[in-house]
Design a protein around this ligand. Structure first.
Ligand SMILES: NC(=O)c1ccc[n+]([C@@H]2O[C@H](COP(=O)([O-])OP(=O)(O)OC[C@H]3O[C@@H](n4cnc5c(N)ncnc54)[C@H](O)[C@@H]3O)[C@@H](O)[C@H]2O)c1
Length: 342
């Protein structure tokens, strides 16, 4: 099996192209000479300047076409499929974030349910070689058994965000079965890296530090029973997706779901200390965050830990970048991007 072919003769439709993962994936595809049609509504859930910076970096590639639009607009989605006839579709557009879904449920239904349904309908009427879409480790809810395996019971989501992702898996399964759409869902485990998402904890900690504010840590201040997270570096996510793109499920009508995580969870406090060290290296002085400990937030889960056996079997790869290496990349980028070095 060929694990790494990106086919320059194919047209790739990437939704959520101005987003963190969509941007890096698109850049990789464009570097390989592939045609990329990118869709994004460039919403202001987090700093739009970052989204514009990402789009600006993709702009110079001749084979890149950007369409500003919302995937919950069915006519628009159908029109894009009709006009560009994508061979491979990667649906990354979604309203992300666990905590935000508690206050703002509407947008999750609109983007994650209706938007994804439109993508499925478009694939039904315009056959594609492979539909790859983002699910999330949050589908595992508060499951205690670790590592999390794709065969585990995941019917107890603890946030609406997680419910929408689990729903996506069910919807994809049905469409794949009924209309023979080769489809793969990816359960991403806390993805981080340069030009990442400002709504995520590591990015917020850096913001707070440079604003001279304390960071809030939602782990009850209980270091014995600290939260564990499987943090996955962006380059590993992109390599995993890249390898999967050319390896759709083999049997007709088959739908697959894979974990894509680091398979080595770390305590939240260890992650924070590593970030302090990375920022210290980036600015050339000793950095300590001022820390306030708070109770765990509703919807947050105690641990995430990916089994990657199935992923490895399918594509011969599992994420391996250490947090030392990955956070250093993030810190170096952050300090340079926001011009924070004296
Ligand atoms: N980053 C992670 O740790 C992580 C973990 C689990 C799952 N995921 C999933 O992976 C995917 C990509 O995540 P990300 O971290 O790049 O998030 P992101 O928020 O940076 O990217 C999503 C992009 O989609 C766009 N978008 C949102 N709703 C849209 C709509 N209705 N129509 C068109 N565009 C829309 C946003 O403007 C944004 O640019 C998402 O589906 C997310 O739920 C991410």
């Amino acid at each position: 099996m060929n694990f790494t072919t990106l086919d320059p003769s194919k047209t790739y439709l990437i939704t959520g192209v101005a987003g963190f993962i969509g941007y890096y994936l698109s850049r990789k595809l464009l570097e390989h000479g592939c045609q990329v049609i990118g869709v994004d509504n460039v919403n202001d859930y987090y700093d739009v300047n970052l989204k514009h910076t990402r789009l600006g970096n993709l702009d110079p590639y001749e084979k890149f076409t950007f369409i500003k639009g919302d995937i919950s607009d069915k006519d628009m989605v159908m029109q894009i499929f009709k006009e560009y006839k994508p061979n491979i579709v990667v649906n990354l557009a979604a309203q992300a974030g666990v905590r935000y879904s508690i206050e703002n449920p509407d947008v999750y239904i609109q983007s994650n349910i209706i938007g994804f349904y439109n993508i499925l309908e478009a694939c039904r009427h315009n056959p594609v070689d492979h539909l790859v879409y983002a699910s999330s480790s949050s589908v595992y809810g508060s499951n205690k058994k670790v590592p999390f395996e794709e065969t585990d019971f995941v019917d107890n989501p603890v946030s609406l965000y997680a419910s929408t992702k689990k729903s996506n898996e069910l919807m994809a399964h049905t469409y794949s079965h009924l209309y023979k759409i080769p489809a793969t869902g990816l359960r991403f485990f806390t993805v981080y890296g340069p030009m990442g998402r400002p709504d995520m904890a590591y990015f917020g900690f850096a913001d707070k530090y440079f604003n001279g504010e304390p960071i809030k840590i939602f782990n009850n201040g209980d270091f014995e029973n600290d939260l564990y997270r499987d943090f996955t570096y962006i380059d590993d996510i992109v390599e995993g997706i890249e390898r999967l793109l050319s390896n759709p499920p083999k049997d007709e009508g088959q739908h697959k779901v894979y974990n894509i995580g680091n398979n080595s969870p770390v305590k939240l406090m260890v992650f924070i200390e590593t970030l302090e060290k990375a920022i210290s290296n980036a600015v050339g002085k000793d950095v300590q965050f001022e820390k306030i400990f708070e109770p765990i937030k509703p919807g947050d889960v105690p641990a995430t830990y990916a089994s990657t056996d199935q992923l490895q079997k399918a594509i011969g790869f599992k994420p391996e970048t250490s947090i030392e290496e990955g956070l250093q990349q993030f810190a170096d980028w952050y300090v340079e991007y926001y011009k924070l070095k004296d």
